[in-house]
Ligand binder design. Structure first.
Ligand SMILES: [Ca+2]
Length: 487
């Protein structure tokens, strides 16, 4: 600002000076009247260029005194304004620019102030948030401390429960051993009771009553019940109380029922195939119901194909698993087949016979006990003879881990309640409550009564038994008979 003031003053001074000089010369030129006699000018020297006052003397005869004015003539107002305006404008525009600059600075300052205010506000908010978080942290720390106390208590409780469990487990093992002994005793007692009953009847003169078949004497050293420490068995615990009986919902009322097979589930639309092995070869890998038609037969069969076992291709002939189907049936039923293809069922003797005629098949017997353990018995060849031969059983050699309880039935005809083809004086199907290839009566019947829980007590060995695996008084949980062409 002082610089500006100084320039302004200098400018004003110069203006005033210029005005005085120019006015003086103009006055000299414009003065009307007699020509002026110019004074002889002083020789021109560099200093003469400097502005100085020139006194012009008119050529009139000077009659009076000559007055020299030190202040000079009045300035030319127009010339002053024009020169000045440009300079002033420049100054003004300079000032304006400076004012604009200042304005910008002021604006920036204003923004800074606003920002500062915002920052202060934010800072206040942050402070309150930090305080809040701090309080939360404190709260959390206190809660954690409480939790750790609870955890310690829980740990103690878990330790107590664990020790209690161990105690119970050892107690359970004791009971299990006792149960095993008792089961053996029951098995022997059943045999003894049966013998005593025979003696009684004979002594009382009732010899004409039907004689019961000899009971299987096989009493395995270790019944499957020895390993029944599983959830499944615990779940079924309520069903295992002695005395055991068949399932109340087991439809054993009419052994002459004639209901045809009632397939359920989804039937695969393509086919028919000659057997499940061909189904497998056709690329099907899902176990399920498939349509079969055996060579030389017009009859379509719905069968369950098992593809989840040993590369698949197994045609299921018989299945037990829950006692939902009555197996105490007549010849016609066993011939045609019955049950639910996706559940318990019998494929039918005629169908089994037709399947076996197509080629060389092997038989797989799959058994599952009530601990969930599965064992198997495989026979190197299998087929049936025609109905005229009573669907006689033809078996090859045994291999497996279930024990061989079926070879003693090899070469036997099929017996049902209404068609006695067995080697016993009475009808084995009557005592064992299901059709089978009985001998007199034999080491196995997988078409008997489905008893829940394993060991059962009955006058006759009418459960689903395989003497080599569990004895005559252990009813298996699930069974399957399956065939597949010999590799
Ligand atoms: Ca007989």
């Amino acid at each position: 600002m002082p610089g500006q003031t100084w320039s302004l003053c200098t400018l004003l001074w110069l203006s005033l000076w210029g005005v005085s000089y120019c006015r003086s010369s103009r006055e000299a030129q414009t003065t009307k009247g007699p020509p002026l006699i110019r004074n002889k000018r002083a020789p021109i020297d560099p200093d003469a260029k400097k502005c100085s006052y020139t006194f012009l003397v008119p050529e009139h005869k000077i009659t009076g005194p000559i007055c020299a004015s030190s202040t000079g003539p009045e300035p030319d107002k127009d010339r002053v304004t024009r020169i000045d305006i440009a300079d002033v404008r420049e100054v003004i525009s300079k000032q304006r620019r400076e004012i604009e600059t200042l304005q910008l600075v002021v604006d920036v300052d204003g923004n800074l102030v606003n920002e500062m205010k915002l920052l202060r506000k934010e800072s206040r908010n942050m402070n309150s948030r930090v305080t809040q978080l701090y309080m939360q942290l404190l709260h959390e720390i206190i809660r954690k401390r409480d939790n750790s106390l609870e955890l310690a208590q829980l740990e103690n409780r878990v330790l107590n429960v664990t020790s209690e469990m161990m105690r119970l487990a050892s107690r359970y093992k004791e009971l299990e051993a006792r149960f095993s002994t008792m089961a053996g005793v029951v098995n022997n007692q059943s045999v003894l009771i049966s013998a005593l009953e025979d003696q009684c009847l004979r002594r009382l003169g009732h010899g004409e009553l039907p004689v019961a078949p000899p009971l299987v004497q096989v009493v395995p050293q270790k019944l499957p019940v020895n390993h029944r420490f599983t959830n499944e068995i615990q779940r079924d615990h309520n069903n295992r109380a002695f005395p055991r009986g068949p399932r109340m919902d087991s439809p054993t009322a009419s052994p002459f029922g004639t209901d045809p097979p009632a397939p359920q589930g989804t039937l695969t639309p393509d086919g028919p195939y000659r057997d499940c092995f061909q189904v497998r070869q056709a690329g099907h890998t899902t176990s399920g119901m498939y349509l079969l038609r055996t060579t030389g037969s017009d009859r379509l069969i719905q069968a369950w194909c098992e593809h989840g076992l040993d590369n698949g291709g197994w045609t299921v002939l018989q299945r037990r698993r829950d006692g939902s189907v009555n197996f105490f049936r007549n010849w016609e039923n066993y011939k045609r087949g019955f049950g639910n293809i996706d559940g318990e069922h019998w494929l039918g003797l005629e169908n089994i016979y037709n399947l076996g005629r197509q080629g060389d098949y092997k038989l797989m017997v799959e058994l599952e006990d009530w601990t969930g353990k599965k064992v198997y018995a495989e026979y190197s060849s299998f087929h049936l003879e025609a109905e005229s031969e009573g669907y006689r059983l033809r078996l090859g050699s045994y291999q497996g881990n279930a024990g061989d309880s079926f070879s003693s039935h090899n070469g036997k005809q099929f017996t049902t309640l209404d068609r006695d083809k067995d080697a016993f004086s009475g009808n084995c199907a009557h005592f064992h409550k299901g059709g089978w290839w009985y001998n007199a009566c034999g080491q196995t019947n997988l078409n008997g009564v489905w008893y829940s829980g394993g060991v059962y007590r009955s006058k006759f060995q009418d459960g689903i038994f395989w003497a080599e695996y569990g004895g005559g008084f252990y009813s298996l949980k699930t069974t399957r008979l399956m065939i597949r062409p010999i590799d």
